[in-house]
Design a protein around this ligand. Structure first.
Ligand code: ASP
Length: 362
């Protein structure tokens, strides 16, 4: 870390310590008219990233702690009483089940408290869509749970993190955000967890909700909401992490020209209980790959057809006879979200009909 970044962080830490009193973990409900209590859970990502200079492409994710993140956006303290907790400090390319389970459990504890009005999670952009969708399925509350991120590190010229964080706090503090499922606020847009996807490796305007559209927009903290969540979520989700210590392995395999069944068989040999195909077009794959997949389905492996195409539904029984082959159609879920849903679905033994019902309902 350069001297300059160290000095910035040291100043930020001093400012953080001088901030207002944090919301208690389990105290009294707030008096009428008081600011909402929002807990910020930091997991890392570029929003907590730092580079040696403000104009370079290379940087490291997860360098700045939650107190420094809070101190960097003092304006957010006018929107809510904020308290921070560090869950992890990793690039989200390293997101893993241990952090997921810890994060989900902590959110469920927090939203059950009468003096917590909402939760903001800071995260990397690489896998934010997967974490958001996972939380959308396992958080048991209608209170706002909002993820945010940034494409540029905290030290960059025109860093996008501070305004994204401010907007995320504003949305979490907004009563109208309740009951819309887990949300992701980035670059002035409010996305639903089931709909957003990352579309650019580097552009600030990277997240889109191509199939289902935006939940709303937010400009300098002023939010407008356009729609509710699509699919069962949070309080209406049937999935629970009670007693869960591990999630079943599900692998994603991309389809391509001249594909054979080797990778499908290898995934199962490695312990996959389910396979998601990022198919070509409407979830298609070559005849040899179909044969290998159907053979695994016949042995009880859950086989889901999604698509490598950026947008559009994968329909059941279109070019392939899913009923006969034993496949599940992912409908509106992309491969990475299909994998999340399938992992939770496979916590229980289910037949093909029940698995397809789950993809229909979520
Ligand atoms: N690799 C980073 C991450 O996902 C990228 C980002 O946050 O924008 O943590």
């Amino acid at each position: 870390m350069t001297r300059r970044i160290f000095v910035l962080i040291a100043i930020a830490a001093v400012v953080a310590c001088a901030g207002g009193p944090p919301a208690g973990a389990a105290g009294q409900a707030k008096p009428a008219g008081a600011l909402p209590n929002i807990v910020v859970l930091a997991t890392g990502g570029t929003i907590a990233g730092a580079a040696a200079t403000d104009v370079q492409a290379g940087y490291a994710s997860g360098q700045v702690g939650v107190e420094q993140l809070l101190a960097a956006v003092p304006q957010a303290k006018k929107l809510a009483v904020l308290r921070g907790e560090q869950i992890s400090n990793i690039g989200s390319q390293d997101m893993n089940d241990e952090v997921w389970l810890k994060l989900a459990r902590r959110i469920n504890e927090l939203v059950a408290m009468s003096n917590v009005d909402g939760v903001v999670i800071t995260h990397g952009t690489d896998t934010i869509e997967e974490t958001a969708y996972f939380l959308n399925l396992v958080v048991k509350s209608k209170k706002p749970v909002v993820l945010t991120a940034s494409m540029r590190p905290s030290t960059a010229l025109s860093a996008d993190g501070p305004l994204n964080f401010y907007n995320a706090v504003a949305v979490a503090a907004n009563k109208e955000a309740a009951g819309r499922g887990v949300l992701v606020v980035i670059n002035d847009w409010i996305h639903g967890a089931s709909s957003l996807t990352k579309t650019s490796t580097t552009a600030v305007q990277t997240f889109m909700s191509p199939l289902r559209g935006l939940i709303g927009t937010v400009a300098y903290g002023n939010a407008e909401f356009y729609r509710g969540p699509v699919g069962r979520n949070t309080a209406t989700s049937e999935f629970s992490l009670d007693g869960v210590t591990a999630l079943p392995r599900v692998d994603i395999i991309m389809a391509y020209e001249n594909m054979d069944g080797a990778l499908i068989d290898a995934a199962v040999a490695a312990g996959a209980k389910g396979v998601v195909i990022a198919g070509v077009g409407n979830g298609n794959l070559t005849a040899p790959a179909v044969k290998a997949l159907a053979a695994q389905a016949a042995k009880g492996i859950a086989c889901v057809r999604s698509t490598r195409v950026a947008t559009g539904l994968v329909g059941r029984n279109v070019e392939l006879d899913d009923d006969k082959l034993g496949f599940v159609a992912s409908l509106g879920l992309n491969p990475q979200k299909s994998r999340v849903l399938l992992r939770l679905a496979l916590l229980k033994k289910r037949d093909l009909k029940d698995l397809q019902r789950i993809f229909d309902e979520y």
